[in-house]
Every structure is written in structure tokens, then in C-alpha cells.
Design a protein around this ligand. Structure first.
Ligand SMILES: Nc1ncnc2c1ncn2[C@@H]1O[C@H](COP(=O)(O)OP(=O)(O)OP(=O)(O)O)[C@@H](O)[C@H]1O
Length: 608
């Protein structure tokens, strides 16, 4: 990503956002990182500047050997201490500190993800942003800490070197500043030329990329073989190449002069020539500088200038980091449309009725309406079925009932109270549901049934629920029983269940959770007819007077419910018992007869 215009304040805020995580959750690591970065540069300063100056000066001025040896010994001891710290930092402090930060930031992202409106997942931009943020969180922490570390290092080098120059040779700072400012100006000029060249090349590049696609994608392979259009593109390819070469040629001449002036006049000539002559003159002719000072000044001038340049380049690294952090923050700050009421009500424990009045819905502002003026009532203990062709809006209706989405207009009431008055999490917990696309998790069988972390007496609850859903035989064949790991994701001895078995596990969740209402969206689609029959019987027996909403394409299921709602194009077009709807001879009767005749044909073929 190329840095774009972000205010300096925003760049700082974004980098601070990640650094704040560090200070909040792993303060010692951040402080250690900063101090250790400074210490590393102080160590280099002592070893490469002060020690060298001391040794040269000792030879020049005849300092006693014991003083030199003591000084060298102390420096070696200091360096040894730094090496010990180095091991502690890189082997222990940094891995632990970073891991903690990765974990905290990811946890915030995951927490945000499970709290975010489900509708956000329908928005590909939002979804990509989330996936991107989750994948990139680690890089942002790494980049921010690297930047902080490098800033500390550069500042330490600048402070120690400038102090050294102030003590030993103030005029040297003028040489360095002139060289630094001139090279910076020239590098800005070089960037401008490079940018202009990139812009010109981009246009040609687009053509080259198109030609590349043309010659390697299978989509064009037939036409390229059958027509002589390929000749045109070969010619275009050669011409593009020549044009690009000319652009590079034109700009590279300018770049040559800029780089030459910058490198030769302002780098080499000022620091590598004039300053060397000046230092040698002061040391050898005037004698105002010691040999040690001369050697270390020449060494330090490059180090100081290099770090001044590096510090300015860190600003653009922080800008780039900030662009990525911005995306991460925009995901974390995304407001939720679905909120709790200001003073949310507790959800009642007893069900007295659920009512949908004039409910209409569309998935997005710009999308087409999916549900139109739906009216539906469910009474205590009632078993209803919602039927209809694919895409009629059955699953969408159940999502609104469970408040995974809010209706665009109309009202849904539980026990006479609008459902948006209840605490959202509490409300959703009052449903037992099995979706067509139910998921099993890489966790134990009992956790998959109870859908929570299991404690000691939970496996028995899970076993009873599994028996009810018809999973008993399979359960007895599993040596680890309800402790069996589902999937081999984390455990080689985990089991992979068949589609029907997995569906039975999902269904057992309904029996394990004491809820107000059961919602089954195609619960038996993967079951064989015997299992389906068994399930339907058990469901009716064991639902314990809880109302059930069935969504099923198998109309044999619908025969046993109290009322059927037939949907078409987002509307309820017929409702009544099976017998009433059959007498009506409407769409339901038509669908039922069609399915029954198909069964008869299949049965006929089997018998024959
Ligand atoms: N997340 C979504 N975003 C946008 N449109 C959606 C979304 N989910 C479903 N739809 C659309 O809503 C309409 C109704 O879908 P829904 O899943 O409710 O139908 P259904 O009656 O349950 O169908 P089926 O019998 O095939 O399961 C379909 O046209 C579908 O494409």
C-alpha cells in the first residue's frame, strides 16, 4: 500500500493506538524494548567511539598501560553485560511480550466479530476488512514495535554523537548539517523524478499486464490460435517495450545527475573530502585535535548523518503503518445497528405467544425486498411448519424471529412485548435452533452438544440429549464417549462424522437446552427416512410443550404439525392444518401431491 495523505496527527494517533496496547498489556516489554534499544547504541558508542579515541590518545599521550588495560577491561565487561541482556531480551522478553500483545489484539478483534451485526457479514467490503484485520494484526504490532525501537536507536545515536561533536569539534556539526540538508533536498528531487517516471510507466505497464494475461490465460487460447489477432498483440508488445525503454532512458539521465550531485558533492565531497582534510589539518598541522579524536570524528560523522536520514525515513514507515492501522481501527470502531434498548427487559421464562405483524425485510438498503407484510402467530405448545419453494424467505423469517437481523418494518412481539425491548444476548439464548448449514466445532462431543465449556456433570446431560436425537448407537461405539474429539483438527484420534450423524449431534442441542422456542430449519435433510421418522416422533414427544417451528421441504414432516404456513416470494399465501390446505387445493396441495407422486414413482421403480 502506498502512503496517502493522512494528517500528521492521525499518523501519530494510529501508531499510538497500537503502542497503547503495548503499554496497557505488556508495559515491561515496551519499556525494556526502548531502554534496550538505547543501551545497544550506547554500547556501540562506547566501543567504537570512546574506546577507540581513548586507545589512540593513550598511545599519543603515553597513558600508562594499567589505565588502558583497566579501561579496556571495563568496556569488555560492559559489552559482556550487554550480551547477557541481549539473550534475555531476544530469548525471553520479546517472544513473551509480543505473544501477549498478539493475543490481546486478536481477542479484541474476535470479540468485536462475534458482537457485530450479522448483516455486516453480508457486506463484502466489511467482511474483507475483518478478514484482513485479523490476518494483519500481528504485522501491525511487529511494525509498530520495530519503529519504536528504531526511533529510540536513532535518537540515541544522534544524542551521543551530537554531544561528542559538541565536546570535541563543534564545527564538524556544520559539515554534517550541510551534507544532510543537501542530500535530503536532492533525495526529494530524486523521488519526484522517480514518481514522474512511474506515472508514465504505469500507463504502459497496464498494456503489458493485459498482454501478459492475454498470452497465459486459457480464456483467450482458442481465439489466439484461430485468428491472426495475435500478430497485432506481438507488435503491441514490442512497441510497448520500446516505449518503456525510452521513458526509462529519459528519466534515468536526470536521475544520474541528481544522484551524482547528491552522492559525490554532498556526501563524498563534503564528508569524505572536505571534512577529512579539515580534521587531518587540525590534528596534524594545528595540533588542536588528538589522533583519537580525529579518527573517531571521521567515523562518527557518517554514523550521525546516516541516523539523521534514517530517522526521517522512519516517518514514512510510520505513515505506512498508520494506513494499515486505520483499517484495523475502522473495523474495531464499526458501530452496530442492532442495539439493546436503553433499559432492556429480562426475557420471560414462560412462553405465552410470538406474533409477527406486517413484517417486511430487505438485506440491504439497495437490495430487493425479501419479506412482505408477514403476519404470523405462534401459540404456546404449538408446532408449526413454514414451507415453500427455494428462496421463498423461510430461513430469513426465522433469522428475524431470533433477532439475528431486525425487520425493516413491522413488529415482532414475544409475550406481547416488542423483541427489541429485551436484552439482545438474553433473547437469542432463549432459542434452540438447528440450521441447514449447522456447524460442528473442533471440541469434545459434549461441548458440541451443550455448546459451552463443559464441567464435571455436563457429559451426562450431553449423553441424554444425544440419545434423544438418535445418536445413541454411534455414541456407544465411541471409546471416549462424550469426551470424543470432533474433527481431527487438533487431535488425531478425533472423529469425522457423516452428514447424518453430524445433523443428529446438532439436533441434540435442542434437547440439551431449556429454551422458550425450538426452531428447526431443514433438520432432517441429511437423515435417512427411518431416522427422520424417529426424530419427528422424539421432537414432538420431548419438546415438553415448547412451541416448534419446522422448516422443511419434506412434506411428510408437515403432516404432523398443527398449522402450516405456505410462503411464496416473501409472502404467506396459505395457512391452516394439512387437511385444510389439502382441501383448499392451492399451492401447498399442489406441492404435496407433486412430492407424493415422486415418492410413488421412486417406490414404483424400486419395487419393479
Ligand atoms: N445474507 C443475505 N444477503 C442477501 N440476500 C440474501 C441473504 N440470505 C438470503 N438472501 C436472499 O433472500 C432470499 C430468501 O432466502 P432464504 O434463505 O430466506 O430462502 P428459503 O425460503 O429459506 O430458501 P431455501 O428453501 O432454499 O432454504 C433469497 O433470494 C436469497 O438469495
Amino acid at each position: 500500500m502506498k502512503p496517502n495523505k493522512q494528517s500528521f496527527a492521525r499518523v501519530m494517533q494510529n501508531n499510538w493506538f497500537i503502542l497503547k496496547y503495548g503499554l496497557m498489556y505488556s508495559r515491561k516489554y515496551i519499556i525494556f524494548t526502548c531502554l534496550y534499544a538505547c543501551l545497544q547504541e550506547i554500547e556501540i558508542f562506547l566501543e567504537h567511539v570512546i574506546l577507540i579515541k581513548f586507545v589512540f590518545d593513550s598511545v599519543q599521550f603515553g597513558t600508562s598501560f594499567s589505565t588502558v588495560a583497566l579501561y579496556i577491561g571495563l568496556t569488555v565487561l560492559f559489552i559482556a553485560g550487554c550480551f547477557v541482556l541481549d539473550s534475555i531480551y531476544y530469548q525471553s522478553v520479546e517472544p513473551k511480550g509480543k505473544e501477549l500483545l498478539y493475543q490481546k489484539l486478536r481477542m479484541d478483534l474476535y470479540t468485536k466479530a462475534v458482537k457485530t451485526d450479522l448483516s455486516n457479514y453480508d457486506d463484502p467490503v466489511y467482511y474483507n476488512e475483518y478478514v484482513w484485520s485479523a490476518n494483519d494484526a500481528r504485522n501491525r504490532i511487529d511494525a509498530t514495535i520495530d519503529n519504536i525501537r528504531n526511533i529510540c536507536k536513532s535518537i540515541t545515536v544522534i544524542v551521543t554523537s551530537v554531544s561528542f561533536f559538541l565536546f570535541v569539534d563543534k564545527l564538524g556539526l556544520v559539515f554534517i548539517l550541510v551534507s544532510f540538508i543537501a542530500t535530503m533536498l536532492f533525495s526529494m528531487l530524486a523521488n519526484k523524478v522517480r514518481f514522474a517516471m512511474r506515472m508514465e510507466l504505469n500507463e504502459k505497464d497496464r498494456k503489458r499486464i493485459y498482454l501478459k494475461r492475454l498470452f497465459y490465460l486459457a480464456d483467450y487460447a482458442k481465439e489466439l490460435r484461430l485468428y491472426s489477432i495475435k500478430e497485432k498483440f506481438f507488435r503491441e508488445f514490442s512497441r510497448t517495450h520500446v516505449e518503456m525503454h525510452a521513458i526509462v532512458n529519459k528519466h534515468s539521465k536526470k536521475q544520474f545527475w541528481i544522484n551524482f550531485t547528491s552522492d559525490y558533492f554532498f556526501n563524498e565531497l563534503i564528508l569524505g573530502g572536505l571534512y577529512v582534510v579539515y580534521v587531518v589539518f587540525m590534528a596534524l598541522v594545528k595540533g588542536t585535535l588528538s589522533y583519537g579524536s580525529a579518527v573517531t570524528l571521521l567515523n562518527s560523522c557518517w554514523r550521525l548523518k546516516g541516523n539523521m536520514q534514517y530517522l526521517t525515513s522512519l516517518v514514512s514507515e510510520m505513515q505506512e503503518n498508520s494506513m494499515y492501522i486505520e483499517k484495523l481501527r475502522s473495523f474495531l470502531d464499526q458501530p452496530n445497528e442492532m442495539k439493546d434498548a436503553d433499559d432492556p427487559l429480562a426475557v420471560p421464562d414462560r412462553f405465552t405467544g410470538l406474533e409477527l405483524r406486517n413484517v417486511s425485510f430487505r438485506y440491504s438498503e439497495s437490495g430487493s425486498p425479501i419479506l412482505h407484510d408477514v403476519d404470523l402467530t405462534i401459540r404456546p405448545g404449538e408446532k408449526i411448519a413454514i414451507v415453500g419453494y427455494n428462496g421463498a424467505g423461510k430461513t430469513t423469517l426465522t433469522k428475524l424471529i431470533m433477532r439475528l437481523y431486525d425487520a425493516s418494518s413491522g413488529e415482532i412481539r414475544l409475550n406481547g412485548i416488542a423483541i427489541d425491548q429485551f436484552n439482545l444476548d438474553d433473547y437469542r439464548m432463549k432459542f434452540s435452533s438447528v440450521f441447514q448449514d449447522h456447524q460442528l466445532f473442533a471440541a469434545s462431543l459434549s461441548e458440541n452438544v451443550l455448546m459451552q465449556h463443559c464441567s464435571a456433570d455436563d457429559p451426562e446431560k450431553a449423553r441424554l440429549a444425544l440419545e434423544k436425537s438418535g445418536f445413541g448407537d454411534k455414541l456407544h461405539s465411541l471409546p471416549m464417549g462424550t469426551d470424543t474429539s470432533i474433527t481431527k483438527e487438533f487431535n488425531d484420534s478425533g472423529v469425522e462424522l457423516s452428514g447424518g450423524e453430524a445433523q443428529k449431534v446438532a439436533i441434540s442441542r435442542v434437547f440439551a437446552k431449556p429454551t422458550l422456542l425450538i426452531l428447526l430449519d431443514e433438520p432432517s435433510s441429511a437423515l435417512d427416512p427411518m431416522s427422520e421418522y424417529h426424530l419427528n416422533q422424539v421432537m414432538l414427544e420431548k419438546a415438553e410443550n415448547r412451541p416448534i417451528i419446522f422448516i422443511s421441504h419434506r412434506l411428510s414432516t408437515t403432516k404432523m404439525v398443527d398449522r402450516i404456513f405456505m410462503m411464496e416470494n416473501g409472502r404467506i399465501i396459505e395457512q391452516g392444518s394439512h387437511d385444510e390446505l389439502m382441501r383448499l387445493k392451492g399451492k401447498y396441495a399442489h406441492m404435496f401431491n407433486l412430492q407424493a407422486s415422486r415418492y410413488r414413482v421412486v417406490a414404483g421403480v424400486k419395487q419393479a
